[in-house]
Write a protein of this length. Sequence first.
Length: 155
Amino acid sequence: MARRSLTPATLRRAITWWPPYLFSGIRVLHIADDWSSARVRLRLHRFNRNYVGTHFGGSLFSMSDPFWMLLVMNRLGRDYLVWDRAAEIDFVSPGKGDVFADFKLTEDRLQEIRELTAGGDKALVWFENDVVTGDGTVVARVRKQLYVRLKHDSR
């Protein structure tokens, strides 16, 4: 199945059953029908606790890893190349229960990318999201840089 033929609901189900997410307690709760947003939850359990009993940092990063790329590539369409290029995570406070990450891709950001890439240039664009507890306490701040370029015209 080609990646572009997946609906958001099909991708959400597929990612939920993907072994790295299935066994780490990561669940994709929502992907908007127009690819404009996503929501992910990580439950704390014995398989993803670190030595001191809080969320393992790798799981906190993993829950945020693919979503900016997936949202941007599906919103921009087949005329664009979109790749992950760099990432940063800042651990702010210990995660001791369920944590959540929300991703919201605005039309303004997409327009910015279209303008940056209109002449065939690549754009290196940063996106940010927080990983938070149910009461909104920030556990981690994640930054992802995407490489985006308009594909060469094949005419």
